[in-house]
Design a protein around this ligand. Structure first.
Ligand code: FES
Length: 239
């Protein structure tokens, strides 16, 4: 693989030999191989040391304050609530903007720099503006073998004019039994094909449940044919 993310000539030759060259599009990777934008951006060492924001001058939405305080109450050390607190701020602001981080820092009594160090480490916390709806397409091995790359390409293209939709590829989301799958605003749906994409986006943008019959949470088991046999009752003990 070249630094640009394109397959090398050698890899292309192998794909052509296997008859796969037309079926597989490479997933873009950033320098160093990561799929996460901004992972290698250096810290700004020229920044002033941050101070804990002053509650008297920091406006925090009441519902955000309530959520953060409830999370802090769950832990002996309030800093353990950083992840759910930042996630709550992201739900309200759409991303972990400087304003959102300032508000969380104010309620948690920590520095914005401390929160930034966490937000830039966890890639589900967005530190640049993105669409409010997240579509994470798993492109790891099980999903990839079942067509995830074509699915990712189709969703990316279909949503390219939708600023409210944030499409990205993701490593294994832990639902390989419904591969290829995606997490749509946190709801797991699969198996998916490129033909499902128009309805997936329609449901998402209309605020409807996305492909309800394909949602993992609505299925008793991933395999719809599992446990369909009748089993004889066990014999009572000792008889
Ligand atoms: S490889 Fe896609 S969910 Fe595991």
């Amino acid at each position: 693989m070249s630094a640009s993310g394109e397959p090398s000539d050698e890899v292309l030759d192998t794909l052509l030999t296997l008859g796969l060259a037309g079926q597989r599009r490479p997933i873009p990777r950033y320098a160093g191989g990561s799929r996460v934008p901004g992972w290698d951006e250096p810290a700004d060492l020229a920044k002033d040391p941050a101070e804990i924001p002053d509650p008297a001058t920091t406006d925090v939405p009441a519902d955000l304050r309530e959520q953060i305080e409830a999370h802090m109450a769950d832990y002996p050390d309030r800093r353990s609530a950083v992840l759910p607190a930042l996630a709550a701020a992201q739900r309200i602001h759409g991303w972990c903007s400087p304003e959102a981080i300032e508000q969380v820092a104010c309620v948690m009594r920590v520095t914005p720099a401390y929160l930034e160090s966490v937000a830039t480490f966890y890639d589900m916390l967005e530190t640049t503006p993105v669409g409010r709806h997240s579509v994470y397409v798993c492109t790891n091995i099980s999903c990839s073998l079942r067509g995830a790359d074509a699915l990712f390409e189709t969703i990316s293209q279909a949503a390219s004019q939708e600023p409210d939709v944030n499409v990205r590829s993701f490593e294994c989301l832990g639902a390989c039994d419904i591969a290829p799958m995606a997490s749509v605003d946190g709801v797991y749906v699969g198996p998916l094909t490129p033909a499902d994409v128009p309805r997936l986006l329609e449901d998402l943008l209309a605020g409807r449940p996305v492909l309800p019959d394909r949602q993992l949470a609505r299925r008793a088991v991933a395999d719809p044919h599992a446990n369909s046999r009748e089993f004889a009752s066990p014999e009572p003990d000792g008889e």
